[in-house]
Design a protein around this ligand. Structure first.
Ligand SMILES: Cc1ncc(COP(=O)(O)O)c(C=O)c1O
Length: 371
């Protein structure tokens, strides 16, 4: 079904940069640059520069960015990692696969880790705190850094949804021992399939992730240092990402413009909570990977928007621990549970237009005024 207001628009996104993408891909094929060639090195250099760190290591997914950073940082059996349940399941799966125990805390009013709950969750086994910068907004990294340094605990950032977003002028992925990114096609920076990266200032973490992504092998000496993984970012994906990275700042500005239009068009609807927190705290520069509102009667609103050809998304309708196969135990995280019932993501991408915002906002306003 073609929506009048699509959630994202991949064909249009491609059309806008087609000559550059086509040239980059063609170069890879004609030169035979398929695995770990100059395009990957170039993208890693440019990504590290963009994030403001010394190293970036290209991987085949955001999941592997998380999993390999945890392993590289020495997180394993017997350790606890504090994180949130209001996130994509990969955040928690990476902790479980590292052999550690995820300790889930609730989120606060901006739907990111509630810093008031972190210290209470720390035990003698806590090795790492894994904040998730959700929807293009960073966690309060000032509070988190002071908690982590007081207790001598690592921070690894899940920045999968926040490339280019800032806190106190610093870019997501530059605060912790490692930053983890996803280049899934509809992320802030998306490739043509799956991709990810780790950013870090720590040469030991960078080296360990480089070895782990290539089955543990040091390519110079042939020595295997780990039982590793096949988790390299494909060279063609790196070439595409390198082209797109140059456009990212203007795409983020576009998202911020669209968000400002949503803020204005949706203001004052009783019960509708907007992600317009930046105005109250100048430390944040939000990237708006997603524009998520919190509403009453969410599912009925969503059905009504669909009937009117507006595509939306719900992340996530069921608390993660209630998926019993994940064996995460019982939890009492009231904000997370409420968000599962109340959040809805509106159309948002570098291709979203002012008209899309107007159509969507008018329908939402009409929906609530009819009730
Ligand atoms: C918050 C968060 N963490 C981790 C991931 C995992 O990234 P990937 O899908 O590239 O493995 C995602 C991707 O959806 C995400 O949104």
């Amino acid at each position: 079904m073609a929506y009048r207001v699509p959630f994202v628009n991949a064909p249009l996104h491609y059309q806008r940069i087609k000559p550059e993408i086509d040239a980059a891909v063609l170069e890879c094929f004609t030169k035979g640059d398929l695995i770990q060639r100059s395009q990957l090195a170039s993208f890693e250099k440019n990504l590290a520069e963009f994030v403001g760190v010394k190293y970036a290591v290209g991987l085949n997914s955001g999941y592997h960015a998380l999993a390999l950073s945890l392993l590289a940082a020495g997180v394993g059996p017997g350790h606890e990692v504090i994180t949130v349940a209001h996130t994509f399941v990969a955040t928690v799966s990476a902790i479980v696969h590292a052999g550690a125990t995820p300790v889930l805390v609730d989120v606060g009013m901006d739907r990111n880790m509630d810093m008031n709950l972190v210290e209470k969750a720390i035990t003698a086994r806590t090795k790492c705190i894994l904040p998730v910068h959700l929807d293009g907004r960073l966690c309060d990294m000032e509070r988190l850094a002071s908690i982590a340094s007081k207790h001598n605990i690592l921070i690894i950032e899940d920045a999968a949804q926040s490339l280019g977003a800032k806190f106190n002028g610093r870019v997501a992925g530059s605060f912790g021992s490692a930053g983890c990114f996803s280049f899934y096609p509809f992320k802030m920076l998306g490739c043509a399939g799956d991709g990810g990266a780790v950013t870090t200032d720590d040469p030991c973490i960078a080296r360990a992730v480089r070895l782990l992504r290539w089955n543990g092998e040091d390519r110079e000496t042939g020595e295997y240092h780990y039982h590793g993984y096949t988790a390299l970012l494909d060279n063609i994906q790196a070439a595409i990402l390198d082209v797109k990275l140059k456009h990212l700042p203007k795409w983020i500005e576009h998202r911020r413009h669209i968000a400002a239009l949503y803020h204005k068009a949706l203001a004052g609807i009783p019960g509708v909570e907007l992600p317009d927190w930046e105005k109250d705290d100048k430390r944040y520069y939000d990237g708006f990977q997603n524009y998520v509102i919190r509403v009453p009667k969410r599912d009925t609103l969503r059905a009504s928007l669909k009937e009117n050809s507006v595509e939306t998304l719900v992340s996530w309708p069921k608390p993660m621990w209630q998926h019993l196969a994940l064996r995460l135990g019982e939890h009492n995280l009231p904000v997370t549970e409420a968000l599962c019932r109340e959040v809805i993501s509106l159309p948002m991408s570098a291709e979203t237009t002012e008209e899309h915002v107007q159509i969507t906002a008018d329908l939402i306003r009409r929906f609530y005024s009819a009730r």
